[in-house]
Design a protein. Structure first.
Length: 223
């Protein structure tokens, strides 16, 4: 059977696995983190838990993480996997993220994910909370209505870029060569230089051509 590239994760993680993955990308929950989980997979599933599962603690840490680390996101893949979601609330969140980060043109396509009236973060009582606390400045005027007290933003709740680069190989390679599939390919080869081209492409969600080039270049340096 020929290789078929996949961009979406094969399955959704359990709640326990998602917590471990979020710890693995630098969100400071208590517990043991996964070793180097995929960044975009974790961001997507955290947004689903936060918006559809109404886990606002997860959503608060996700937003703090995005505030600190959005320059290291592989925007092409994030746009692809978020665009495949049908949940109106999840799509509204990522459209609101693009509104918040409108200075980063890599995320501009996410703004098209939501059309129509603004979506309330709280399914009840949102109007009262907005009158009491005003809008969260990160989302003001965007597709998502969030009051100023709903999503606590404490930078100490996530690792700094320097700390995360020391712990997460793919994040470190994204710092070195940019937030691309190639960075994730190099991180995978760093951990397991014996990966076949096909296995490497699957692990990094990349094309066969990109995996072949990364493996060739990695072998050249090792020689």
């Amino acid at each position: 059977m020929g290789f078929r590239r996949a961009l979406l994760p094969a399955q959704s993680p359990s709640a326990e696995q998602l917590t471990a993955d979020m710890i693995g990308i630098g969100m400071l929950f208590s517990g043991e983190g996964s070793p180097a989980p995929n960044i975009e997979d974790t961001l997507l599933h955290a947004s689903i838990a936060g918006m559809d599962g109404e886990d606002f603690r997860v959503l608060a840490l996700l937003c703090t993480w995005l505030g600190a680390h959005s320059p290291r996101i592989n925007a092409d893949r994030l746009v692809a996997i978020v665009s495949a979601q049908r949940s109106r609330r999840v799509r509204a969140f990522w459209a609101a993220f693009a509104h918040w980060k409108r200075g980063d043109r890599r995320f501009a396509r996410l703004r098209r994910l939501h059309r129509g009236p603004r979506v309330d973060l709280f399914t009840a009582g949102q109007e009262f909370q907005l009158r009491r606390f005003g809008e969260d400045p990160r989302f003001a005027g965007g597709p998502l209505r969030v009051d100023g007290r709903a999503l606590r933003d404490r930078p100490a709740d996530v690792l700094t870029p320097a700390e995360l680069a020391r712990r997460h190989p793919a994040y470190r390679w994204r710092v070195i060569i940019g937030p691309t599939y190639r960075a994730d390919l190099w991180a995978a080869l760093e951990g397991n230089p014996g990966l076949t081209v096909t296995a490497l492409a699957r692990e990094a969600y990349s094309s066969i051509a990109a995996a072949w080039q990364a493996r060739r270049d990695n072998a050249l340096l090792r020689a």
